[in-house]
Design a binder for this molecule. Structure first.
Ligand SMILES: [Zn+2]
Length: 229
């Protein structure tokens, strides 16, 4: 089946499911699937798809663009690391993954192996880096006279937020995906989450604390706001 939006034709597939409503999905490869109840006539489904044409077309563009922006992990390709592009170099013999002068050397023969080696390396880098920043930010708050703990850091891969703070348990969750952004952005999220030990909300008083301790906050926060998580 096909629908047209602003002169562009898109294809969609209908999947019949035991459900009450018609639901639209755009998969990661940009294809459109429409789940529909067994008895829904095709004309009704088609009208529903056309009515949602603008939303679907926007979603397809988004998905396609973010997939194109994803690194392909081929030998010589580039991946973002702490806000800078690094070039992947496949080593043909087993070796530890190392980053020197913007070149990340890892043992891989295929992009899939490279993706795995890169991920293992990045997890280790992330644990070490977040641990250091955590100590530094906690000390900065204490030196400024605030009563904060040394937070327990949980590293998570989150889609909708960069970090979160549970003041009651002294725990901060930090998004693993921040590792591709400049160090200043990672500091910004740490200062933001630590300020929640003082203020649980996002009031002017909260931001006053963040900006007092981290004057560059707005600049780096703007970088994260421009990006899709
Ligand atoms: Zn917050």
């Amino acid at each position: 089946m096909q629908f047209t939006y602003q002169g562009q034709t898109y294809t969609y597939t209908i999947v019949r499911k035991r459900m009450k409503n018609i639901i639209l999905h755009v998969r990661r490869d940009g294809t459109v699937y429409v789940s529909a109840p067994p008895a829904a006539p095709e004309t009704v489904i088609h009208r529903f798809v056309e009515e949602n044409g603008a939303r679907l077309a926007a979603r397809i563009t988004d998905v396609t663009r973010s997939r194109q922006a994803e690194p392909d992990f081929t030998d010589g390709s580039q991946i973002p690391h702490l806000g800078e592009p690094v070039t992947l170099h496949y080593s043909d013999r087993p070796c530890p993954t190392v980053l020197t002068d913007g070149v990340l050397t890892l043992f891989a023969r295929t992009p899939e192996e490279a993706r795995l080696s890169h991920r293992r390396w990045l997890v280790e880098e992330c644990v070490a880096l977040y641990k250091c920043i955590n100590r530094e930010v906690s000390s900065a708050f204490i030196q400024a006279g605030y009563d904060v703990p040394l937070a327990r850091i949980e590293i998570k891969e989150m889609r909708s937020r960069w970090g979160s703070c549970t003041a009651r348990t002294g725990r901060i969750s930090m998004n693993f995906r921040l590792m591709q952004y400049p160090l200043g952005c990672i500091y910004g999220v740490f200062y933001h989450e630590y300020a929640h030990f003082i203020h649980m909300d996002h009031s002017p008083a909260f931001y006053a604390v963040v900006r007092q301790l981290y004057p560059d906050y707005d600049r780096y926060d703007a970088i994260l706001k421009r990006k899709e998580k």
